[in-house]
Write a protein that binds this ligand. Structure first.
Ligand SMILES: CNc1ncnc2c1ncn2[C@@H]1O[C@H](/C=C/CNC(=O)c2cc(-c3ccc(F)cc3)cc(O)c2O)[C@@H](O)[C@H]1O
Ligand SMILES: [Mg+2]
Length: 214
């Protein structure tokens, strides 16, 4: 029977990456996407920008919206300090199942909590379910028309503190116009655009980094 792209991506990780070595998992996925099949991981070029932001913020608490196969989850978690926690939300059960195996292969299971469910349902439960006060870093990479409503929801739920960083993928391709308009014009954020390319292509894309001012 026919396999899915996430299943083929996981097979490439299990074939080419070393268990317990997150960077080899990242490399194996990037190689798969460049040589075999394109997939919507943040990728190696934007991934370097992501790495530099994670390293700069050195977050104790991270929220990722849209796990997909766990590429950016592994990339972020591999750079976190010892007691840091990364919560990643994924509502597609098949993608979640693949991501769990990618995360396990990387040996990062104790740093990452993958929650199978929708951001809209789980953002309001972060405090009661996970004892999270606020997030130091949020990586937005789920449905592009959900970036803005979920950002407003995080504000309303008090999950952002003065200095919290939002990092949004795909603000050019596919694009998140309503989010960009809001975040760049709101007096509550200071934003910066990091120009790059759509993963594994020459098309323009970039990451928008925004600091919540409280
Ligand atoms: C709405 N709340 C949600 N809560 C939990 N998980 C959610 C979710 N929305 C979506 N998801 C999950 O995130 C993932 C979705 C990601 C959406 N990403 C994109 O559409 C995307 C698309 C492109 C893309 C760019 C150009 C192009 F020609 C074709 C595709 C590039 C990217 O980097 C992307 O991130 C899936 O695994 C989905 O099940
Ligand atoms: Mg993306």
């Amino acid at each position: 029977t026919q396999t899915t792209r996430p299943q083929r991506m996981l097979a490439a990780v299990q074939k080419n990456a070393t268990r317990g070595d997150p960077r080899s998992v990242v490399k194996a996925i990037d190689q798969f996407c460049r040589q075999k099949e394109w997939a919507m991981n943040v990728g190696d070029e934007k991934g370097c920008i992501l790495d530099s932001v994670v390293t700069e913020v050195n977050p104790a608490t991270v929220l990722e919206l849209g796990t997909y196969c766990g590429y950016s989850t592994v990339r972020i978690a591999s750079l976190l300090p010892p007691d840091a926690k990364l919560i990643t939300l994924e509502f597609n059960p098949h993608n979640a199942a693949i991501a769990r195996q990618v995360i396990a292969w990387a040996g990062l299971g104790d740093k990452i909590q993958l929650v199978e469910g929708a951001s809209g349902d789980w953002i309001p439960k972060m405090k009661e379910k996970f004892g999270i006060e606020t997030f130091d870093l949020v990586f937005l990479d789920h449905w592009k028309d959900r970036y803005l409503p979920d950002t407003k929801l995080m504000e309303e739920c008090g999950l952002l503190r003065k200095g919290s960083i939002l990092l949004a993928d795909n603000v050019i391709s596919p694009g998140t116009p309503d989010y960009l308009e809001y975040i760049r014009n709101s007096p509550r954020y200071k934003s910066q655009y990091f120009r790059s390319h759509l993963e594994y292509t020459k098309a323009e894309d970039g990451l928008e980094k925004s600091v919540f001012l409280g």
